[in-house]
Design a protein around this ligand. Sequence first.
Ligand SMILES: NC(=O)c1ccc[n+]([C@@H]2O[C@H](COP(=O)([O-])OP(=O)(O)OC[C@H]3O[C@@H](n4cnc5c(N)ncnc54)[C@H](OP(=O)(O)O)[C@@H]3O)[C@@H](O)[C@H]2O)c1
Length: 243
Amino acid sequence: MSEQTIALVTGANKGIGYEIAVGLGALGWSVGVGARDEERREAAVEKLRAAGVDAFGVPLDVTDDASVTAAARLVEERAGRLDVLVNNAGVTGGMPQEPTSVDPATMRTVVETNVIGVIRVTNAMLPLLRRSASPRIVNMSSGVGSLTRQSNTDDPLATGPISAAYSPSKTFLNAVTVQYAKELRDTNILINAACPGFCATDLNGHRGVRTPEQGAAIAIRLATLADDGPTGGFFEDAGVVPW
Ligand SMILES: NC(=O)c1ccc[n+]([C@@H]2O[C@H](COP(=O)([O-])OP(=O)(O)OC[C@H]3O[C@@H](n4cnc5c(N)ncnc54)[C@H](OP(=O)(O)O)[C@@H]3O)[C@@H](O)[C@H]2O)c1
């Protein structure tokens, strides 16, 4: 098996996920570019390779069982194990999104991608992660998933857009992250949730005030934690994010 660290980033064809792939690639790692669209995936792989990253394409729709199973098979055949999984793929479900009028279909789509998708991918990759000496899982969450911040009227997040599906999906993801950490506490797997801050990407019509590269930094930090690092936590650049 290769000595090189092997990572998989979901939704790595653009935005923050792409910059996470750039950052992990700069460490000399081999990076799987998980992406559902062939053209966008191959374009990203090509761009990463041109920048010197040892990138490989992984066809991956996080909402599709067969796609996720095939992705795990591809990583196994290529590398025999996985060291780092970054569950970055996510959707907002579109705005406005008020709880009193939200379409149940929107709720389902957002939870299917942002929560169940993470569980589906994580569980498919776990047998490969268990073969690693220092496995790390990073779940890309958001500060809008913090109930403490959402309900503190002095916090800008509390006065931000109302989102019946997106924000609760990240709260749900945080809760699931804690449960994984509980189950995996006696293993060498560290799993944490990350908040990238408000970054200019397609997700928010490029209204964010940070760059996707800045947003990627916290995920890279959690992907490279030492063996005595935290697990079951929620972090941004400045430190711990309150639940
Ligand atoms: N931008 C922010 O300010 C911000 C703040 C907090 C948290 N986040 C989180 O950061 C993560 C990345 O967001 P971003 O801002 O970089 O958004 P983005 O530019 O819209 O990128 C989202 C990525 O997820 C992929 N994706 C969506 N559904 C998928 C599916 N079913 N299967 C596989 N891939 C899928 C997209 O692929 P396609 O190109 O095929 O659509 C794309 O690669 C998300 O989890 C988001 O919630 C972002």
